[in-house]
Design a protein around this ligand. Structure first.
Ligand code: ADP
Ligand code: ZN
Length: 627
């Protein structure tokens, strides 16, 4: 049998083994959550019944419970394979707070700590053991597990971040392939692989390599309704970023940029603007990186400015925004990076500036890489999908989910496409002017210069090339700069314009079958354009929150702050991140419901038996003091 889940409040202490095996009762008692989410219940019951399988669920979807609940309902030890030591420690810490006997074995442990874990293991005193794949497969751990006494010594194997087994995926780890031995050595023990990567090819590879052919596949919706997708035309990325961040002071977030130098520069700019910003990229020392990570995890409002080196293993639930100042390399990457926002289910924003200037560089990266021709073709295809998403006129979420094979019937109402609907404008004439200007200036300049010419600007470049004498000079004053830039992007997205091969952002005419009829006036073109500048000013900044899930009223704000202060103190005393004590969501609910007694507290999401016992009185006294 597994260790006891104590302490339990007296009224529930009578729950015997039979009740303890009921997953919903375990969820309520241990986690304090009223119900399973999405496919969790089906998965949990399947595993409790002895079944194996693959779980595809977006980041923040609740994968952990899919094996943690069965770990407590089945007898024996549950072994969780995870490649990420930092994440392991968090999970173990969070489980201990819930009164669950959990431990981790990995290379980062001191010898003494490790032998403590061994002793617990031998004594049958553990419910869950987290191990790195090296640790599981190297040494004699497998033998020891096989030799554990009792009729059912092992409850299950969970293989987290299962896409690491796939060479096709982006986080390939050779050790993962050897996990196939679990199927042979422990045929009677259920194996559950879990990943947030939905790509069908990765999926197939996981099933094959981990020998899950007999198992079931559980696919959760990849929609993350609490994330608001806001895409913006890129003008001056750092200034736009600062304007965006002005609405997010005091919040934790991630800013992704492509290069190390840009990360360094942006983090300095953010610091100068008073943000608590830290840089993170592969060029920093291991110490600097773990210090940055540590601060991000343990403090409330740190902004990490990072290259994509920052990512895996970030399971901080209260990341309120993820900002991209450069295009990611694919829609999968975009989805994964933005998925780090709002794992707690509260409103979060995925903000991105993008422009046609990003594209040639990304194309070059692919062309210059070591990959095979086939791989390059695939990468180019992935980039195209991302561009189509960024140029889409309607609901972003519909485009995003369609890419992952899901249909969202109605526009989502929580993206820039839905929130800032743009009227279709007949742009036939402006498009003709734009294409003509591209031709007249020699099909080699970028959008900025072409637009300057159309607007009749007086720049150095215009004088240098004598472009003030062209017939197209100054013929485009009916649109403002932003509108012209949008038109350039859209015509590039549609294929009327294309980047000059090898050119640094230069544009040339695109597909003749589109361009010719347009220039001859045989076809017309309707596209959404942003409103003129004047109107944009009047409208002001769009609200940056998301759907109001639990919005505390003003009076509750004070209480919320008091609860947060109490939580911070608790977390510091125990040396754990604040969310391990209570999630924001739990504090919000406390502030809104103001329970008066332990009974009331136990109704709040995220307060299970162990936390009630441990923190109940202290929370009640915070509530009383703020009454
Ligand atoms: P993933 O590993 O899929 O990214 P997690 O397992 O970390 O996601 O879960 C994300 C968040 O959702 C966690 O804070 C978790 O406690 C919470 N959560 C998961 N399942 C439920 C549920 N049934 N009810 C309430 N909260 C849940
Ligand atoms: Zn939408």
């Amino acid at each position: 049998m597994t260790a006891q889940l104590n302490p339990q409040p007296p009224e529930q202490a009578a729950t015997g083994a039979a009740v303890r095996a009921d997953p919903l009762a375990v969820l309520r008692r241990v986690w304090g959550y009223p119900a399973f989410r999405g496919p969790q219940e089906a998965i949990v019951r399947h595993v409790i019944g002895g079944g194996s399988g693959l779980v595809l669920m977006p980041t923040g979807g609740g994968k952990s419970l899919c094996y943690q609940v069965p770990a407590l309902c089945r007898s024996g030890l549950a072994v969780v394979v995870s490649p990420l030591i930092a994440l392991m420690q968090d999970q173990v810490e969070a489980l201990r707070q819930l009164g669950v006997a959990a431990a981790a074995l990995h290379s980062g442990l001191e010898r003494e700590e490790a032998s403590g874990v061994w002793r617990q293991l031998q004594a049958g005193g553990l419910d869950l053991l987290y191990v790195s794949p090296e640790r599981l497969l190297g040494g004699d751990l497998l033998e020891r597990l096989a030799a554990m006494p009792g009729p059912q010594p092992l409850a299950l194997f969970a293989i987290d971040e299962a896409h690491c087994v796939s060479q096709w995926g982006h986080d390939f780890r050779p050790e993962y392939i050897q996990l196939a031995v679990l199927a042979d050595r422990f045929p009677a023990v259920p194996r559950l692989a879990l990943t947030a990567t939905a790509d069908p090819r990765t999926r197939a590879e996981i099933i094959e390599r981990l020998r899950l052919q007999q198992g079931q596949v559980f696919l959760a919706s990849f929609d993350r309704p609490n994330i608001r997708y806001l895409l913006r035309a890129k003008e001056q990325a750092s200034r736009q970023l600062l304007a965006f961040l002005a609405d997010h002071r005091g919040e934790a977030g991630i800013v992704y940029a492509r290069s190390r130098s840009r990360v360094d520069q942006l983090s300095r700019e953010l610091q100068a603007a008073g943000f608590d910003a830290v840089a993170y990229h592969a060029g920093l020392s291991g110490e600097q990186r773990s210090a940055a990570l540590q601060r991000f995890r343990n403090e409330a409002a740190v902004v990490v400015v990072a290259t994509i080196a920052f990512g895996m293993g970030i399971d901080k639930p209260d990341v309120r925004f993820v900002a991209h100042v450069d295009l990611p390399k694919s829609l999968e990457a975009y989805y994964q990076e933005t998925g780090r926002a709002g794992r707690d289910g509260l409103p979060a924003v995925a903000w991105m500036v993008h422009g046609p200037g990003d594209v040639p560089q990304l194309r070059r990266f692919i062309d210059d890489s070591e990959a095979s021709a086939e791989q390059k073709r695939i990468e180019h295809g992935k980039l195209e999908a991302l561009i189509a998403f960024s140029e889409a006129a309607g609901c972003r979420r519909q485009v995003l989910l369609r890419h992952f094979g899901e249909v969202l019937a109605e526009p989502c109402g929580n993206c820039d496409g839905c929130l800032e609907p743009r009227l279709l404008t007949d742009v036939t004439v402006p498009a003709q002017k734009l294409l003509s200007a591209v031709v007249r200036t020699g099909q080699r300049f970028g959008a900025a210069h072409v637009v300057d010419v159309l607007l009749g600007g007086s720049t150095e470049k215009i004088r240098q090339f004598g472009h003030q004498d062209l017939s197209v000079y100054g013929i485009g004053r009916e649109l403002d700069r932003e509108q012209w830039r949008t038109l350039v992007r859209q015509l590039t997205g549609l294929g009327h314009l294309q980047p000059v091969p090898e050119g640094k952002g230069g544009l040339q005419l695109g597909r003749p079958e589109l361009v010719r009829p347009l220039l001859r006036g045989e076809t017309s073109l309707e596209l959404p354009l942003p409103p003129p500048r004047q109107e944009r000013r009047r409208r002001g900044r769009p609200a940056s929150g998301g759907p109001a899930l639990v919005e505390p009223a003003d009076g509750d704000q004070q209480l919320l702050q008091a609860l947060k202060a109490w939580r911070r103190e608790q977390a510091q005393q125990q040396g754990v991140p604040p969310y391990v004590v209570f999630h924001d969501r739990t504090l919000l609910e406390l502030a809104a419901c103001r329970p008066r007694d332990l009974e009331g507290l136990s109704q709040v999401g995220g307060i299970g038996a162990a936390k009630l016992e441990r923190y109940g009185e202290a929370v009640l006294s915070v509530l009383r003091n703020q009454a």
